[in-house]
Design a protein around this ligand. Structure first.
Ligand SMILES: [Zn+2]
Length: 334
């Protein structure tokens, strides 16, 4: 990406092993993320450009001498961060705070160097032609992110949930909340095709209105007090303000949309009503391991969020289609 709206496909040198703990992964599927659209709207023009993409599944081509858990030929899922799996944060399950980790940003490509391969990569027993590839790719980001929202909000059988946002993360936050047993799940989104998919994923109610009108609707649907949890899957300030409006006193707001603001009401608005604010990046290995059997055994089909597939050369068109909302989420086939 060379600047807002300027995505180009270029030939770069192949990545190579640099550390003994690296793996080289040939990318079988990658995709464009809603969060890639933020720089697509705002990145200042640059001469050198920057590589893009943080979601990928693929086949291990080579490993460094210290890698023990994956071998060439293994099919693997990479969460959108890399991590050692052994530091104090990794042992607590918070891999995105790994003391030696980082975040991928070069996955819209034919191959990726994966640092700390033993901590990062999760093997999946599938072939490159598996019909499950789209669903497996959601374990790289959008499903584990939606799941993270639900887990950090404490969604369970007795919680009511509002999900804000009908992008892929929002729809899969609905799926995750349903999977964790939530009975009432209100999905706030304006695009009927998407919210219809959200209903199939488990939303019990859909509210298309936004702002005060939307808040009023959610309150009507929930006995006047809002829901005990809110999963904010957008990242813009109005979505956060909407979350404050629909959360029940004593409840939890979990944000997994990357915040595009520095300042937001966090004083009396949270304090007065005993609200908890949580959330953050969800690329935790335990989520991949927990959700993988459900995907492999067909209990969930999160890959339904992909509604367009392009070749690597057509990636710029993939960005355009998602930006114009002609596509919900674009799968890229290198
Ligand atoms: Zn770590």
């Amino acid at each position: 990406m060379y600047g807002a709206g300027d995505v180009r496909v270029e030939k770069l040198p192949d990545p190579t092993l640099q550390d003994a703990t690296d793996a080289l992964v040939r990318v079988v599927r990658t995709c464009v993320c809603g969060s890639d659209l933020h720089p697509y709207h705002s990145l200042p023009a640059t001469a050198q450009g920057r590589q893009m993409g943080h979601e990928f599944i693929g086949v291990v081509e080579d490993v460094g001498s210290e890698v023990t858990t994956v071998r060439p030929g293994d099919f693997v899922i990479a969460p959108f961060a890399w991590f050692d799996g052994t530091c104090e944060f990794c042992r607590e399950g918070l891999n995105t705070s790994c003391l030696h980790g980082g975040f991928f940003s070069e996955a819209q490509a034919e191959a990726v160097r994966v640092p700390l391969a033993d901590g990062t990569l999760v093997k999946a027993p599938v072939g490159e032609d598996s019909a499950l590839l789209p669903s497996l790719l959601t374990l790289s980001d959008v499903l584990i992110t939606g799941h993270h929202a639900a887990v950090t909000a404490g969604v369970g059988e007795r919680t009511s949930v509002t999900v804000i946002g009908d992008g892929a993360v929002g729809l899969l936050a609905v799926m995750a909340a349903r999977r964790l047993g939530a009975e009432q799940i209100v999905l706030m989104g304006r695009h009927k095709v998407r919210t219809d998919l959200g209903r199939e994923f488990g939303a019990t109610d859909v509210v298309a209105e936004r702002g005060e009108e939307g808040i009023e609707k959610v309150r009507e649907l929930t006995g006047g007090q809002g829901t005990s949890t809110v999963l904010e899957c957008v990242g813009h300030l109005p979505a956060y303000e909407q979350a404050l409006g629909v959360v029940r006193s004593g409840g939890v707001i979990s944000r997994v949309g990357v915040p595009q603001y520095e300042q937001a009401p966090a004083g009396p608005a949270l304090f007065r009503r005993n609200l908890t604010l949580t959330g953050g990046p969800g690329a935790q290995r335990r989520y991949v391991e927990e959700l993988l059997p459900d995907v492999l055994e067909g209990r969930i089909e999160p890959g339904r969020v992909f509604d367009r597939t392009v070749g690597l050369d057509e990636t710029p068109e993939g960005y355009r289609a998602m930006d114009r909302r002609e596509a919900l989420k674009v799968l890229v086939r290198p």
